[in-house]
Design a binder for this molecule. Structure first.
Ligand code: ZN
Ligand code: ZN
Ligand code: ZN
Length: 374
């Protein structure tokens, strides 16, 4: 159910020109993108990295082109990239695609290669273009990708609503006697049923496992009185990702858990309230952290407050101490403080978008602890 109109607005033809301008301003000769989030952002073409080279080149001067295996040409042409007026350079199985890229970029001084280009491809390009300096494209690409367009915000809103529908089902899946893995399997099914095309991660952290922020699933049997951290996300047909954490308890939770959960709720709220254009990401982090520290739980908040999100679950901007680059309208990121004392833990996570005067949450399910029958 891909909304064609949204897809056109998500991957507009003007983006190639924006990238070319950014490449020229950065003093680069060209940017080279292989399958991954950068390539999808620029062209709308979604492909998995493979040993055969697919490479979009956007030179500062001259026309952009995409070198693509002959057998994949129909797939590229059917994607949004087919409508960009982009030149495709198909290569046969016996040809050297690296030489094709090099031949079309004569006199280039510096090329920026996608941050996630395979080392094998980086090295083959280096051989094919001797004397050309290679740098990472991340700095140029992140500047473009950080500020989401109205269509991208719409796609994130859609992703947020889809993962919210999954969280709404979780109370029915959680029961004493079930394992984390059994619950996780049901959640993964629901992530797909609610509109995602892939399940990116499913964290069901019960009892002490909830105190390990990146615990995924185990065969631990959930018991009565266990708090459970559920952090889940997937990718929508648009390419945009969801990521949301809610906390559940099977039967009444321990008293000490209830005490810090109230602190965490306030901290998450305070951090979201700190989001506005011009605010430093580190100030958003501090808004949550100071409150948690003042309540005596500072040592148990062991990670940054958030990460950017878009075509990747983790991207710029990072909401972390030391990041002073001011927030701008359109920036999208998680606000997810956590407290992990050991016997259990909790994290509350929403994706928010910086607006003209504050923040809009993409996740709107209740953030209070959801107690299900033990
Ligand atoms: Zn994480
Ligand atoms: Zn997250
Ligand atoms: Zn998460």
């Amino acid at each position: 159910m891909i909304d064609d109109d949204l897809m056109r607005r998500l991957y507009p033809a003007e983006r190639l020109a924006e990238v070319r301008k950014a490449v020229a301003e950065a003093g680069l000769g060209a940017v080279l993108l292989t399958p991954g989030a950068d390539l999808r952002y620029v062209s709308g073409y979604h492909a998995h990295a493979m040993e055969r080279l697919t490479c979009l080149a956007v030179p500062a001067e001259g026309e952009p082109f995409m070198v693509v295996p002959r057998l994949e040409l129909p797939t590229v042409q059917a994607s949004p990239a087919g409508g960009l007026g982009l030149e495709f350079v198909p290569w046969e199985e016996t040809e050297d695609p690296y030489a094709l890229v090099a031949a079309r970029l004569p006199g280039t001084g510096t090329v920026a290669v996608a941050d996630q280009m395979w080392a094998m491809m980086v090295l083959r390009l280096r051989e094919a273009m001797p004397g050309v300096r290679q740098v990472a494209a991340g700095e140029v690409m992140r500047r473009l990708r950080m500020r989401k367009s109205a269509a991208e915000v719409e796609a994130l809103r859609e992703a947020g609503a889809a993962i919210d529908r999954v969280h709404a089902l979780v109370p029915r899946l959680l029961r004493a006697g079930r394992t984390e893995r059994e619950v996780g399997r049901d959640i993964a099914e629901a992530i797909l049923a609610e509109g995602h095309v892939s399940v990116d991660f499913v964290i069901v952290g019960s009892g002490p496992n909830g105190a390990s922020p990146h615990h995924e699933l185990s065969d631990r049997v959930i018991g009565s009185g266990d708090p459970v951290v559920v952090d889940i996300g997937g990718t929508m047909p648009s390419g945009y990702c969801s990521d949301s954490t809610r906390n559940y308890s099977v039967g009444a939770p321990p008293r000490d858990f209830q005490e810090y959960y109230g602190v965490l709720l306030e901290a998450q709220e305070a951090a979201v309230r700190a989001v506005r254009p011009g605010a430093a990401p580190e100030a958003v982090d501090a808004a949550a952290r100071d409150l948690i520290a003042a309540a005596g739980y500072g040592e148990y908040f062991v990670h940054r407050t958030g990460h950017g999100i878009g075509l990747q679950t983790h991207e710029h901007p990072y909401i972390v101490s030391g990041n002073t680059e001011p927030l701008e309208p359109g920036m999208a990121f998680s606000v997810e403080p956590g407290i992990y004392p050991g016997a259990h833990g909790a994290r509350i996570e929403d994706i928010v978008v910086c607006t003209e005067d504050g923040a809009e949450r993409m996740n709107t399910t209740p953030r209070e602890l959801v107690v299900v029958d033990g």
